[in-house]
Design a binder for this molecule. Structure first.
Ligand code: UDP
Length: 321
């Protein structure tokens, strides 16, 4: 049984590939290395260096490798930057998903797990987001993820397509020392890079209406997230009907300042973060219930915040660049 992972050379995708292999399922990876890394794809996994917009090549790979399900992560993932690059974001995320679905249709592959995002909710006015919370994306990135979900839904109305979309909250940590988050925009890698370079980590705003004034997020460990993808794909492969969307959140909010303290504890480096201006577009708080995913996808927080921080730090230190 072979699963195609688009974006499988990225930080999250490469964890998912490893989780599939641990579960005894073969994978192939399609990735154009725009933000992924060739060395994140393990030996023995077929790697196809192309963009999913090349529908013909992707369909050919599906047929050649007898792919039965797709886990779709490939796309432009920087929400903040997407505001300046809307056309690129829509091309990669919307046209890219259309092209992938065309390839699947052509190759008779009818199961897909889609990587969606908390960004579809924008700034929710509830303490705990559920799948019933209204979507209101605030960036081309968030819009494009929501459109991706609609594309799956509409494809499934027109031809056989068994699908689910997983809305990720803040994915952090490392499951294996080889893989780490290389994003130049996210909190964990930015704090770690600053400490490695002897700079002071920065908090973007401490005047939010939250208990300590810094933004509150829902941090989840990439290993737990990867396992949820395996369960979702296995269920689709077994013919189980899944919900169209699941939130992968913990139900717990952690502030940026609390993350800074956890980083100081994990690394043994004492520092007082610098406070800078708010980053435009950051909601004060976004935290989700993962109850639906716990019911259907064996979703659980199997790693503590301390694990998230120390595994991220250790993996990054393994890779001096
Ligand atoms: N953040 C911060 N300093 C940084 C990077 C991020 O204070 O160097 C904050 C950011 O403003 C947000 C939180 O950390 O409130 C998480 O940001 P990230 O980009 O990791 O994820 P987001 O929730 O924006 O998707």
């Amino acid at each position: 049984m072979t699963v195609l992972v688009t974006g499988g050379a990225g930080y999250i995708g490469s964890h998912i590939v490893r989780a599939f292999r641990l579960a005894g399922l073969d994978c192939i990876v399609v990735d154009d290395l725009s933000s992924g890394h060739r060395e994140f794809v393990p030996d023995g996994v077929e790697f196809i260096d192309t963009n999913i917009l090349d529908s013909t090549l992707v369909a050919k790979a599906m047929v050649e490798h007898e792919v039965e399900a797709v886990v779709h992560l490939a796309g432009f993932k920087y929400a903040g930057v997407s505001v300046q690059r809307p056309l690129h974001t829509y091309e990669q995320n919307v046209q890219g998903t259309v092209s992938l679905l065309q390839a699947m249709h052509e190759a008779d592959v009818d199961k897909i797990v889609f990587s969606s995002s908390a960004a579809v909710y924008g700034t929710p006015d509830v303490d705990i987001v559920t799948e019933a919370t209204a979507t209101a994306p605030e960036s081309p990135y968030g819009e494009s993820k929501l459109i991706g979900e609609w594309l799956l839904r509409d494809a499934a109305r027109a031809f056989p397509m068994h699908h689910t979309s997983l809305r990720y909250f803040n994915v952090v940590g490392s499951a294996v020392p080889d893989l780490y988050d290389t994003s130049p925009h996210n909190l964990f890698p930015l704090v770690i890079e600053a400490l490695l370079e002897g700079r002071t980590p920065r908090i973007f705003g401490d005047d939010y209406p939250t208990p300590d004034g810094t933004c509150v997020r829902d941090y989840i460990h990439v290993a737990d997230l990867a396992d949820a993808h395996v369960v979702a794909a296995q269920k689709l492969l077994a013919g189980t009907q899944l919900e169209p969307v699941y939130n992968l959140g913990s139900g717990d909010g952690v502030s940026v300042r609390e993350i800074m303290t956890a980083v100081a504890d994990a690394t043994g480096i004492e520092f007082e973060p610098e406070i800078s201006d708010r980053r435009p577009g950051d909601p004060a708080r976004i935290v989700a219930s993962g109850e639906l995913a716990a019911r259907d996808l064996d979703w659980a927080m199997r790693h503590s915040l301390a694990d998230m921080v120390s595994s991220a730090w250790n993996a990054r230190q393994n890779h001096p660049v």
